[in-house]
Design a protein. Structure first.
Length: 167
């Protein structure tokens, strides 16, 4: 038996195939455009994120520079104040020598106090805070147990002084 196809059916099938090809082409074009749009959006998002990251780095770097400047200024002012205190102590030693008795038990005591003030003042003027910190570090290294006990004692006294007791 021979299968015959009518010319009408063949034309319809041919048109149906054309529509299918057009639909497939249109879908592929739409997919390509969607990929392009998504890729463009992804690139734009990366650019925005990169720009935001750069700005955040700049802000953080500026803040760090400012903090360093403030710390440096504070350190310089603290050193200057330490030297001024040392100078004041030396001046006070001179005042003690001039105004307190020079002989007897009070004279000996005032002389000792004046010498101590003068030596401390010279030390502060010469060494400053850096010298004090270095000397304290060396002292603690040479005497760790007593330093620990002094630290515990000071901590206890500070805790007692800052807590309110109820009666």
């Amino acid at each position: 038996m021979a299968i015959t196809t009518s010319p009408m059916k063949s034309a319809q099938e041919s048109r149906g195939g054309e529509y299918l090809d057009k639909a497939r082409d249109t879908a592929e074009t739409a997919v390509d455009k969607a990929k392009d749009v998504a890729s463009g959006a992804m690139d734009k998002a990366k650019d925005v994120a990169s720009g935001a990251m750069d700005k955040a780095k700049d802000v953080a770097s500026g803040a760090m520079d400012k903090a360093k400047d403030v710390a440096t200024d504070f350190g310089k002012k603290a050193e200057d104040a330490t030297h001024a205190v040392g100078s004041g102590m030396k001046s006070l030693a001179g005042t003690v020598r001039e105004n307190l008795p020079k002989e007897g038990v009070l004279g000996t005591a005032s002389s000792t106090v004046a010498k101590g003030l003068e030596a401390s003042g010279k030390y502060l003027e010469k060494e400053g805070l850096a010298g004090i910190a270095e000397d304290m570090t060396n002292l603690i290294r040479r005497n760790p147990i007593p330093a620990l006990l002094v630290g515990v004692g000071l901590g206890f006294l500070l805790a007692r002084a800052t807590t309110h007791h109820r009666s």
